[in-house]
Design a protein around this ligand. Structure first.
Ligand code: AMP
Length: 349
């Protein structure tokens, strides 16, 4: 990852079977160190010469907020200071907060009565164990009294949906879009390995940090909220029908494959800079027509291989949809192309 005048560019360092490392096949290096040294001295085809290594100023790499919270993750709410409101969702508000006067965190406050504390705690036990660079880390909770607080790592740039809509393609390039999709696929392939289902994958539930770093948020929460008694599944105002696989609409059958369907919709959101899926249809039409085979057409300026990936995610037979692992390596493969073809206009059809 290289920062070029405020823009992030990606290069993949490749390795031949018999040893040498290279970015472009025209110049190979016996060690990574000599490769870095060479490109530090001259750009030699890269967009810029390599400068200082990127500083990591993402959220602290804590596993929980303190030693105590590792097992005992209920924390005293007086240790959390709410600083400013970041946004509001269906179930409550989100604040930037400071824990113990030192650590920046995000605090999700849940509307009173929006869920059962015990139910949530059971889910949170699992969520705390899910640790991955592309998943929002749950740090701690305050559930002893209402409103319930969910304390997670803070992501400077908010939701991917807002981020895409704000940018509208003015600074984000096609390779940034692929990179963001690959990061989501990476977080999701970890959940896939853990046999964990997200249930509400969408650009609004992906958060963005510095340098386009994307992490999947709110995994599993939908299950706690979307209690069948509370939820009328076909009421489009409460249920994200446009992201929902037909088997979920029909039989309430959530699997990792219904997450793959939602990932296809998320790809559409990324490629259209946050357009509403099925822009010309009502929720009712989506519920009626998608299970009958209706699919969105290829968005403007979207390369065929990306549209092809979306339609694979939208296969009516869920077992025929790709795995997140496959989606991840196919997205990463994009960066396998030779250095000269990155962001090449020829990629667009
Ligand atoms: P939600 O209730 O999860 O839909 O969150 C509402 C809004 O709060 C999102 O759209 C984000 O802009 C913001 N937000 C939520 N979680 C975080 C976080 N961990 N870091 C920064 N902003 C967040």
């Amino acid at each position: 990852m290289v920062l070029d005048n405020g823009r992030v560019k990606h290069y993949k360092v490749k390795k031949l079977d018999n040893g040498p490392y290279f970015v472009s096949k025209t110049r190979t290096f016996s060690t990574l160190k000599t490769l870095v040294q060479h490109y530090s001295e001259q750009a030699d085809g890269l967009c810029v010469r390599l400068g200082e290594p990127c500083k990591k100023n993402e959220a602290p790499q804590t596993y929980g907020l303190s030693y105590n919270t590792v097992d005992q993750w209920e924390i005293d709410r007086s240790t959390i200071k709410l600083l400013r409101k970041l946004g509001a969702g269906q179930f409550g508000e989100v604040f930037e907060g400071l824990w113990n006067g030192t650590t920046s965190v995000a605090v999700k406050t849940l509307k009173n009565g929006s869920m059962d504390a015990e139910d949530f705690l059971r889910e949170a036990q699992i969520m705390k164990r899910l640790r991955h660079a592309k998943l929002i880390q749950l740090y701690a909770v305050c559930t002893m009294e209402e409103p319930i607080y969910i304390i997670t790592e803070l992501m400077k740039n908010g939701s991917l949906l807002e981020y895409l809509q704000k940018d509208k393609g003015s600074t984000l390039s096609f390779s940034d879009q692929i990179e963001m999709a690959a990061q989501v696929a990476s977080g999701m392939s970890f959940l896939e390995l853990q046999n964990y289902i997200h249930r509400d994958l969408a650009a609004r539930n992906v958060l963005v940090g510095e340098n386009n770093i994307c992490k999947v948020a709110d995994f599993g929460l939908a299950r706690v909220f979307m209690n069948e008694n509370v939820y009328e599944i076909k009421d489009g105002t409460k249920f994200p029908v446009r992201w929902t696989a037909p088997e979920v609409i029909r039989y309430n059958k959530f699997t990792i494959k219904s997450d793959v369907w939602s990932f296809g919709i998320l790809l559409y959101e990324i490629m259209t800079f946050g357009q509403m899926p099925y822009p010309t249809m009502t929720n009712y039409q989506v519920i009626q027509q998608v299970p009958e085979g209706h699919r969105m057409s290829c968005p403007l300026k979207c390369p065929k291989f990306m549209y092809h990936m979306m339609t694979e995610c939208w296969n009516g037979k869920e077992q025929e949809r790709p795995t997140f692992e496959t989606l991840l390596w196919r997205l990463e493969d994009y960066f396998e192309q030779d250095v000269s073809s990155y962001d090449d206009a020829n990629n667009f059809h």
